[in-house]
Design a protein around this ligand. Structure first.
Ligand code: GDP
Length: 301
């Protein structure tokens, strides 16, 4: 994972603090912060977020009042804390970003995002997550635009033994979404996951459709599926979707590949929306719930 390189660079910058056998002073701290900033920028984290992180670390470390022997540890902790803050912009524990269904109640989750982000794949991963926790879970394919979307969902759902709903003939995604959700509701399903279309770019039509589907199925949670490998474009994409659909949490996909991941981290910070899960592969079981502390711990090894 290329993100690992980022962790390595940050560790190297912190490690370099004591290499000169001298006490860590403001100059050494500034030098380290510049190294950390450079590494974050190289990995596509936006300039604004990097500048804020640098400022927050500087203001949380008081070198004058810290004995020399403890300075490196204090700085290390400040870097860790600020990286955690960057990926948990609401300040909440991310546990709360994962929708919690209730037995014998019906929860609807709607997935939005651009075509190719990984929505259809992620739908099944998410359904498996809830099914394994004992919830009666169904999938609805409301992507009537992309030829093959329903077949793809059907294939994955069949493999995972998850009931699904879709149509080869109904062209209106709002109708399919409503029919599917109503059918599963009547049958006592506890988690109904709705896959939507994500055709082309951020067109008004796509956003209108999202708003209409949302009004029809009244989701308990809307999740944005965001491809972590698209770099800096992630921030503007997420902002546009946030305005249109006000999603409550993000799923970052393709965190296993060559994603630098920084663009996705900026998207999280810019939309002030927590990450619920990360996708770590093409396989239907490759989904991990996300906690900021664990993520940063792993990043820094
Ligand atoms: P959709 O257009 O948003 O529904 O996207 P799809 O679900 O069809 O996924 C697009 C491509 O991304 C497919 O080739 C998926 O196998 C792949 N994909 C989805 N999630 C992940 C992931 O977490 N890791 C990797 N490596 N590939 C993924």
């Amino acid at each position: 994972m290329v993100l690992a390189d980022l962790g390595k660079s940050i560790n190297q910058a912190i490690g370099g603090l004591v290499s000169g056998q001298q006490d860590v002073d403001e100059q050494a701290l500034d030098g380290m912060l510049n190294e950390v900033s450079k590494a974050l920028l190289k990995h596509d984290v936006g300039l604004r977020h990097v500048a804020a992180l640098k400022k927050n670390i500087k203001s949380s470390v008081n070198l004058e009042n810290t004995p020399p022997s403890q300075r490196k540890n204090v700085i290390q902790k400040a870097v860790f804390d600020q990286l955690v803050a960057l990926v948990s912009p609401t300040g909440e524990q991310t546990e709360s970003a994962v929708f919690k269904p209730r037995k014998h109640k019906c929860g609807v989750i709607m997935l939005v995002g651009l075509q190719g982000a990984g929505k259809t794949t992620t739908c099944t991963k998410l359904a498996i997550y809830y099914q394994r926790r004992g919830f009666k879970t169904g999938l609805v394919c409301a992507d009537t635009f992309r030829a093959g979307a329903f077949d793809q969902l059907k294939q994955n759902a069949t493999k995972a033994k998850i009931p699904f709903y879709g149509s080869y003939v109904e062209p209106d995604p709002v109708v399919v979404a409503s029919e599917g959700v109503n059918k599963f509701k009547k049958e006592g399903f506890e988690v109904i996951i709705v896959d939507t279309s994500g055709r082309h770019r951020q067109e008004t039509e796509l956003f209108d459709e999202m708003v209409q589907i949302s009004a029809a199925v009244k989701p308990s949670q809307t999740l944005m599926v965001l491809d972590a490998s698209i770099g800096q474009a992630a921030e503007s994409q997420a902002k546009a979707f946030k305005e249109a659909s006000d999603f409550g949490a993000i799923i970052l996909t393709k965190m296993d590949g060559h994603a630098k991941g920084g663009g996705a981290i900026s998207a999280v910070a810019a939309t002030k929306t927590p990450v619920a899960f990360i996708g770590t592969g093409e396989h239907i079981y490759d989904l991990e719930s996300f906690t900021p502390q664990q993520f940063v711990s792993r990043l820094l090894g």
